[in-house]
Design a protein around this ligand. Structure first.
Ligand SMILES: C[S@@+](CC[C@H](N)C(=O)[O-])C[C@H]1O[C@@H](n2cnc3c(N)ncnc32)[C@H](O)[C@@H]1O
Length: 265
């Protein structure tokens, strides 16, 4: 049986992201099978409305993919800080953005090493649900954001890919209960943000997955650290299950629920 309690332990999350390959595996599934070809990251970037001169802090930047197609936007007038709490990601960012006017820092969102009212914009995408103390993180974000500054935080919804995976595991008796991490989702993020920010807006990205090779889905599931306890026979059981689904419908259709909150201080 899998140890779901581990999923929110900070050390555990850090381990999950020290290996960039696992993150790639998960992104590939979305790139290959998403119906909306714009892509969530491009859509997210379109939601941002950066003033010409501003200070921006990104927390939990991962591989810095948000900026990958917008390198020319990064000018010195953009005082941009990319950060992550994982050494592996920070090293990756240092190499990837060596030629850009970007400051790279190792930062835990729960303890941001900047003075009050420092940034015009703060971004923390697809990461708050990993954080053990979300209240502390939001309090820190609010503190270092300037008055009138914007906090953008993307997350997933409770009825998308993760629920689909856990429902399958339950059906195959690989888990007894669906204990998906829903600590910060499109459904409950608004309420959490409103404890700090009076003005909170939610925007949704419309998409779904249409998977034609069930093996890709199983590899994705295996790349999740919480699934490392699965044996080879359990993997085979999963492949058979998805293969049957695919043969019946031609594809495996999975709903996606992603979006972002925009909170103003
Ligand atoms: C799912 S990835 C998202 C990466 C990137 N924001 C994106 O959207 O592609 C989550 C990232 O958050 C980082 N992370 C998790 N907990 C963190 C924390 N407490 N403080 C800062 N970064 C954290 C992880 O190391 C990982 O790089």
């Amino acid at each position: 049986m899998l140890d779901y309690k581990k999923m929110r332990e900070s050390e555990y999350v850090e381990k999950q992201y020290e290996n960039v390959l696992a993150l790639n595996e998960r992104k590939n599934l979305h790139e290959k099978y998403s119906v909306n070809k714009k892509g969530f990251t491009s859509w997210l970037y379109e939601q941002y409305n950066f003033p010409t001169e501003c200070s921006i802090l990104e927390l939990g930047s991962g591989k810095g993919d948000l900026w990958k197609n917008h390198i020319s936007d990064i000018v010195p007038e953009f005082k941009l800080v990319l950060s992550d709490f994982s050494d592996g990601m920070v090293e990756y960012l240092r190499n990837e953005y060596a030629k850009s006017p970007v400051n790279i820092k190792k930062i835990d969102i729960q303890d941001i090493p900047y003075d009050n009212d420092t940034f015009d914009i703060i971004i923390a995408n697809s990461m708050l649900y990993h954080v053990p103390n979300i209240d502390k993180a939001l309090c820190e974000v609010y503190r270092v954001l300037k008055k009138g500054g914007k906090f953008y935080t993307a997350t997933f919804g409770e009825n998308g890919l993760t629920k689909f995976i856990f429902d399958t595991l339950k059906e195959l008796h690989l888990v007894t209960e669906n204990k998906t991490n829903v600590s910060f989702t499109l459904q409950n993020g608004d309420e959490q943000l409103r404890r700090y920010f009076a003005n909170v807006q939610r925007k949704e990205y419309y998409d779904k997955l249409e998977i034609s090779e069930s093996n890709d889905l199983v590899e994705y599931i295996y790349s999740m650290t919480s699934m490392k306890g699965l044996s080879e026979s359990q993997k085979t059981k999963m492949i058979d299950f998805y293969e049957t689904q695919k043969n019946a419908a031609g594809i495996i259709e999975i709903p996606k629920e992603y979006g972002t909150f925009i909170a103003v201080k």
